[in-house]
Design a protein around this ligand. Structure first.
Ligand SMILES: [Zn+2]
Length: 83
């Protein structure tokens, strides 16, 4: 699988570390914290994921990947995605 890093271009996925779902929002209080830490959905289709380019520019990026086909539909820097 090739991941399009915004700085480095298309790179092999082995250069990256997978962190997980980028759509999760940390709750302000204790309510919902267990769900935030331990419970995950298993969606079929495009999802946003955090990846870290550990063997490249060391940037956190948000990759949109289809879980059914592993096709990647784009990637942006995580700092830009958070705006
Ligand atoms: Zn990179």
């Amino acid at each position: 699988m090739r991941i399009p890093c915004p700085y480095c271009g298309d790179r092999d996925s082995q250069e990256f570390v997978y962190r997980g779902d980028a759509s999760l929002q940390r709750p302000d209080g204790e309510d919902g914290f267990f769900d935030y830490v331990y419970l995950r959905d298993n969606p079929a289709g495009p999802i946003a994921e955090h990846w870290y380019h550990a063997q490249g520019c060391r940037s956190w990026i948000v990759v949109t990947r289809d879980t059914r086909t592993h096709a990647i539909h784009g990637a942006v820097l995580a700092a830009e995605a958070a705006r």
